[in-house]
Design a protein around this ligand. Structure first.
Ligand SMILES: Cc1cc2nc3c(=O)[nH]c(=O)nc-3n(C[C@H](O)[C@H](O)[C@H](O)COP(=O)(O)OP(=O)(O)OC[C@H]3O[C@@H](n4cnc5c(N)ncnc54)[C@H](O)[C@@H]3O)c2cc1C
Length: 462
């Protein structure tokens, strides 16, 4: 039996990278807010051990501030991450990334949500929404206590896959023609002898004698170029993906590895099951290789394999679709509500492990090929968060309205957090002003974001 309806000002579907920040922003702005999260923690993909990219542009101007920066500050205060890490070497692919230990990220998210007075339902999955007269009328969620129907004035879809938006018929795109971004399960490795690994990398891999490879600067390197550990053996190199991301958050002997790599054709349960199984096996295979071949990994153990990491699935078609040209040309939007500096980062799903041969990173449209020099910041307009045809719905995070190549940048965690803060703020203002998100006065919205610490480019000031 469906339980009685509960009414909220704002419901956020998904308590991940963008959703948790959307919930905090909405609650702080004065809305009675509920985050619906299918898992048992907050933070989503930001809590899988990677560094958060896209805070600073190439000139080291901080373009993502506000609530995402509060997470970095709290982590540093807790000694649970290394904060912003800059890399000034020519080999860099991005100017900086932020290091936060994933368990600390989850804890900080819980604390901040509570401090903001935002309500959370864990282990609660969005199932479907009912659309009436161009608005979301209600959402059905599956809880351990059975199905519930919930209503809100404004909804935010931060599910990553645009589950809510597509449920009410919002048009969407997936992939770039036949191109697909690879999916990856991150994994955590413990008991590494860092000094021995760094010596190995320096002697065997860094033969061009570029800046020494260290665990500390690893996430910022153009990794595919010269430091993948299996590069020493061409036969081994055919077995593994060329991308090999390593992240270190200040915990002795512990690193997080981004290397597993497979295509995912659909969100069908069978496809997801096969892909997840394959990626788990790859994690074991990669660690076996490292233990056997790379000094310093002899005693390493696989501590944790994280949930399936999807880089791109359904991107909604909104009032405006962000393009790479907007990023390259540093286009300024009158309705800018978020910024980012994560460069388009494409991982070809058809290349990598097993039967598939290894090739370079990305497709046409990657940072190098598009020729975006110096990792510039870019603006994200409110219209990219507004799904076509639905009045009381916003999207945030990696499913915003952007082309395949532009999403490859906007999917970075700092821009995702920034779109979360924007969506939460506009949703709450809409409730308070008894308007739809499209009707909120832009100047009020931008002022509210700036007062909350966000940055919207040089032209938008208080
Ligand atoms: C392998 C990999 C490596 C990456 N590397 C980097 C990197 O180095 N730096 C960087 O900045 N970015 C990186 N990214 C990109 C970045 O991590 C993601 O794009 C970003 O975290 C997505 O944020 P999101 O909020 O849109 O989605 P998520 O963080 O995935 O959040 C979605 C949330 O919604 C919940 N959810 C989903 N469906 C439902 C439902 N039906 N009901 C209820 N809850 C639901 C999920 O459980 C999750 O908590 C990487 C991504 C991947 C996959």
């Amino acid at each position: 039996m469906v339980a009685p309806k509960a009414h909220w000002d704002v419901i956020v579907i998904g308590g991940g990278t963008a959703g948790v920040i959307a919930g905090i922003a909405a609650a702080r702005t004065g809305a009675k807010t509920l985050i619906v999260e299918r898992g048992g923690f907050l933070g989503g993909n930001a809590a899988t051990g990677m560094n958060l990219g896209g805070f600073f542009d190439g000139s080291e101007t901080q373009v993502v501030r506000g609530i995402p920066q509060e997470f970095v500050d709290r982590a540093v205060a807790l000694n649970a991450g290394r904060g912003h890490v800059f890399f000034r070497d020519v080999d860099r692919w991005i100017s900086s990334t932020a290091s936060i230990d994933p368990e600390a990220y989850k804890q900080i998210a819980l604390d901040k949500v509570e401090e903001a007075g935002c309500h959370v339902w864990f282990y609660t999955t969005f199932v479907r929404a009912i659309e009436e007269n161009g608005s979301v009328a209600s959402v059905e969620v599956a809880t351990k206590d059975g199905p519930r129907v919930l209503t809100a004035e404004v909804y935010i879809d931060a599910s990553g896959d645009a589950d809510l938006a597509t449920s009410v018929g919002v048009p969407f795109e997936r992939g770039g023609g036949t191109k697909r971004q690879a999916v990856t399960c991150m994994f955590r490795v413990s008991h590494i002898n860092f000094a021995a690994v760094e010596q190995f990398m320096e002697e065997k891999i860094n033969t061009e004698k570029k800046t020494p490879w260290t665990f500390e600067n690893a996430p910022l390197r153009a990794s595919h170029k010269y430091w993948t550990p299996w590069k020493i053996s061409p036969d081994d190199a055919k077995r593994f993906a060329r991308q090999f991301g390593i992240y270190y958050h200040g915990r002795p002997g512990e690193a997080f590895v981004n290397c597993t790599h497979a295509p995912l054709e659909s969100l069908e349960p069978d496809d997801i099951a096969q892909c997840t199984t394959r990626l788990y096996r790859q994690a074991v295979e990669v660690l076996d290789y490292l233990v056997t071949n790379v000094p310093g990994f002899e005693n390493a153990t696989l501590t944790q394999v994280y949930d399936l990491g999807i880089r791109e699935s359904r991107r909604i078609v909104g009032d405006y679709m962000l393009t790479v040209q907007d990023m390259v040309n540093l286009r300024e939007f009158d309705d800018v509500v978020a910024m980012g500096a994560y460069p388009p980062d494409l991982h070809d799903a058809t290349r990598g492990f097993g039967d598939i041969t290894i090739h370079g990173k990305g497709f046409a449209g990657t940072t190098e090929e598009v020729g975006i020099p110096n990792n510039p910041g870019y603006q994200i307009p409110l219209r990219s968060l507004l799904p076509t045809g639905i009045a009381n719905l916003l999207v945030a995070g990696r499913c915003i309205s952007a082309t395949f190549e532009a999403q490859a940048g906007a999917r970075g965690m700092a821009p995702c957090g920034a779109t979360g803060q924007a969506a939460g703020t506009v949703a709450a203002l809409a409730v308070i002003q008894h308007k739809s998100p499209r009707e909120v006065v832009l100047a009020d919205l931008q002022r509210s974001l700036l007062k909350a610490g966000a940055y919207l480019g040089k032209r938008v000031t208080l």
